[in-house]
Write a protein that binds this ligand. Structure first.
Ligand SMILES: Nc1ncnc2c1ncn2[C@@H]1O[C@H](COP(=O)(O)OP(=O)(O)OP(=O)(O)O)[C@@H](O)[C@H]1O
Length: 243
């Protein structure tokens, strides 16, 4: 059994059709798994279902999610976070009016941990030296897209999660920054032995990191295999920014 397992997950919004149809995926520790799909394919819905947000928003979800063999399907998002799941959303991932330090404080409060804050801040400065060189009082909303993503990753690592879910880490970033971001995520995954799940639209952003790839189309998830999987997906059109 893998460290994170989602089995037969379905999501149906009250005013819409089903967004996810019986999706199953698994991620081991020290492994990066990528879900690729076009706008509206259901990627965010699937990840948010794994984190447990949707039932609390009145959205109908089904299926089973386990972490290290323990079912978390009936737990609140906060309890799932305490079970070691951390999530970086596609949008609104930082507090724009607050500076870097204040943002990290909020992330720590959310995880109800102050213990690791200093270590996590220090670690952040090691991992992302660019963040430490920024003026301490600059509101995060004025940071570049790449700096905001670094801050979001740092915040998500507070509390030492075992599972990190990242929604479209490359969104709005220049290709060179995407490369930096992905190699930072790869380093963090190895150092912390994380189970890393990325969802993205573009196979090129994640191909160096992805150990396994699923594609998602109209809510249906499919595991892609084969030695030339990335080349094949590029040929099939999974290489455009917006499919
Ligand atoms: N709150 C909601 N109410 C109704 N329908 C929704 C809601 N959120 C998402 N949907 C619909 O569910 C489907 C899947 O959306 P989702 O955001 O999960 O896709 P996605 O693959 O993450 O897309 P993107 O790459 O554009 O973020 C879409 O058809 C979307 O319109």
């Amino acid at each position: 059994m893998s460290y994170l397992e989602a089995t037969d997950v379905s999501v149906r919004y009250s005013r819409g059709a089903a967004a996810v149809h019986g999706a199953s995926l698994s991620v081991d520790r020290g492994e990066c798994v990528v879900v690729l799909g076009a706008n509206g394919a259901g990627k965010t819905s699937l990840v948010r279902a794994i984190c447990g947000f949707l039932p609390h928003e009145g959205v109908e979800t089904r299926g089973e999610v386990t972490v290290d063999g323990v079912s978390i399907s009936r737990l609140s998002p906060t309890k799932r976070a305490r079970m070691g799941i951390s999530y970086i959303p596609e949008r609104d991932k930082i507090f724009r009016e607050l500076n870097i330090s204040e943002n990290l404080e909020i992330f720590a409060q959310r995880r109800r941990t102050k213990a690791g804050l200093k270590e996590d801040k220090d670690l952040a400065l090691d991992m992302f030296p660019a963040l430490s060189r920024l003026p301490a009082d600059r509101p995060a909303g004025l940071l570049s897209g790449g700096e905001q993503q670094m801050l979001a990753i740092t915040g998500a690592l507070i509390g030492a999660p075992d599972v990190l879910l990242v929604d479209e880490p490359s969104l709005g970033l220049a290709p060179i920054i995407v490369l930096d971001m992905m190699s930072a995520l790869g380093r963090i995954m190895v150092e912390r032995n994380l189970a890393l799940l990325l969802v993205d639209q573009n196979v090129r952003s994640t191909q160096h990191l992805a150990q396994r790839v699923y594609t998602m189309d109209s809510g249906h998830l499919q595991l892609e295999a084969g030695p030339d999987v990335h080349e094949r997906l590029i040929r099939e059109g999974y290489s455009k920014a917006a499919l």
